[in-house]
Design a protein around this ligand. Structure first.
Ligand SMILES: *Cc1c(COP(=O)(O)O)cnc(C)c1O
Length: 227
């Protein structure tokens, strides 16, 4: 029978194999377990199997889950679209936000970050496939947004995030991830402290790791299909 623990073990094996194939050190790719639509019990099972970092997409659902799991030492990452009236909850309850695409949102997150907490780690979401429907800043706007975000005291700019167009062909997956790698390396020339390239999900994590992902966001391969 497939359990959360056994699926998590399979994902860890996929990551380890992809690290070897890419000639990257073991343990160089962090795993974010995307628990959106699954309840606190599923998160508890994943935590019992050794997983500590979890990703959420919807502000309200995430806050309820964080409150229900306050007894566990978990790290919460927000990875969904951000409405400006939801920034306070994100600034107060999360360790990371991966989906910053506008300076106005970044300013609000910085102002609303409680001073008792460390700076909020953020990634800039990039619309790398250039899809009209996708969120994210255009690649040519990344340097200006990075400069603005890096100057905000409540935030710590960590890197870039992308959700490329879903395709099954691995060569096609690699093209978008390779563009992200180039963009990230270019940005590191100005901001050498950047350490995070957040890309790769259940269906394309191998291609992402081959192109330098340092953090992959995996939901269905761990928790099962979303209803
Ligand atoms: C849902 C989601 C994921 C995980 O997707 P799976 O295909 O279930 O692994 C990763 N990143 C973001 C931004 C998501 O919304």
């Amino acid at each position: 029978m497939e359990t959360i623990a056994s699926r998590l073990a399979q994902v860890r094996r996929r990551i380890a194999d992809a690290e070897v194939r890419a000639g990257r050190p073991a343990g160089s790719v962090a795993l974010l377990a995307v628990s959106k639509t699954f309840g606190p019990d599923a998160v508890r099972l994943a935590h019992a199997a050794g997983q500590n970092a979890f990703g959420e997409n919807y502000a309200q659902e995430g806050e309820a889950k964080i409150a229900a799991l306050a007894d566990l030492p978990l790290s919460w990452h927000f990875i969904g679209p951000i409405q400006s009236n939801k920034t306070r909850g994100l600034a107060e309850h999360y360790a990371w936000v991966h989906s910053v695409e506008r300076e106005k949102i970044a300013r609000r997150l910085s102002e609303q970050r409680p001073v008792r907490l460390p700076a909020l780690s953020v990634c800039l979401q990039v619309n790398i496939s250039g899809e009209a429907s996708k969120s994210g800043v255009a690649p040519d706007q990344v340097p200006a947004l990075a400069a603005a975000v890096a100057a905000l005291p409540g935030l710590r700019l960590r890197g870039l995030m992308a959700i490329p167009e879903a395709v099954t062909d691995e060569a096609e997956q690699s093209r978008a991830f390779a563009s992200m790698r180039r963009l990230f390396e270019g940005l590191q020339a100005d901001f050498p402290e950047l350490d995070t390239l957040s890309m790769g999900m259940s269906g394309d994590l191998e291609a992402a790791i081959a192109e330098g992902a340092t953090l992959i966001r995996v939901g269905s391969a761990i928790f099962g299909a979303r209803g």
